[in-house]
Design a protein. Structure first.
Lengths: 89, 132
């Protein structure tokens, strides 16, 4: 169960999150920055609810958007080439 | 190869009426049908591993299959990071799986977490010290 992958992009397991929370006694945001859960290629749009739930359990912090683990725009990951005006079919 | 496909589908029709197209995956030639996505064509050919995790090398395949999770990203016609589940197969398409990337830096556990850690680790190292 502990080896369940929470964030697939950065390959963060439930064990990693629980260990980090225990070791550093950190806030939800710090926990995310230390483990990189939800910070991978997909932008946390796949694992966000799972990360929120696990982090809440580990730190006791309510998930919210005031000091956020927030999802950032754009709506989908975009390459710098596209932003720079290169045509992508 | 057709054993992984639905031969006769009430909506999609008969498989026999589809136009076959060939494409290459990691240098080997495979056959799919027009209208396939890259992911579905590979799945029909029995290939479930589309890439490996860039750092750990653990295997990855189709996960959400709706273009949401980017787990099926591959290099298609020299463009990296293309989602196989959303990309329609075209004739002579060149598909490459995701590989492990080099990790030139040491593991985070070896790295100093604070400046105090850093000075402790590098007490003997006087390189760049103006007083040395």
């Amino acid at each position: 169960m502990d080896h369940t992958i929470i964030c697939r992009c950065e390959e963060v397991t439930l064990e990693d999150i629980n260990n980090t929370a225990e070791k550093y006694g950190c806030s939800a945001r710090e926990l995310k920055l230390r483990t990189r859960a939800g910070m991978g290629y997909c932008g946390g749009r796949t694992c966000r609810p799972a990360v929120d739930a696990v982090v809440q359990e580990a730190t006791g912090e309510e998930p919210g958007n005031n000091l956020p683990l927030k999802v950032q725009p754009p709506v989908r990951p975009t390459s710098l080439a596209t932003l720079g005006g290169q045509h992508q079919s | 190869m057709n054993q992984n496909r639905i031969i006769d589908h009430p909506v999609l029709g008969h498989l026999e009426n589809k136009t076959p197209v060939t494409f290459t995956f990691d240098g080997k030639t495979y056959e799919g049908y027009e209208g396939d996505t890259v992911a579905s064509a590979l799945l029909a050919n029995g290939i479930r591993q589309l890439r490996v995790h860039e750092e750990s090398g653990s295997t990855r395949g189709i996960y959400c299959n709706i273009g949401h999770c980017f787990e099926c990203r591959m290099t298609i016609d020299q463009t990296p990071g293309v989602r196989a589940c959303l990309t329609e197969l075209t004739p002579e398409m060149v598909v490459e799986s995701g590989k492990v990337q080099p990790t030139p830096f040491s593991q985070p556990e070896d790295m100093p977490q604070t400046y105090a850690d850093f000075t402790e680790k590098h007490t003997d190292n006087k390189e760049g010290d103006p007083n040395a």
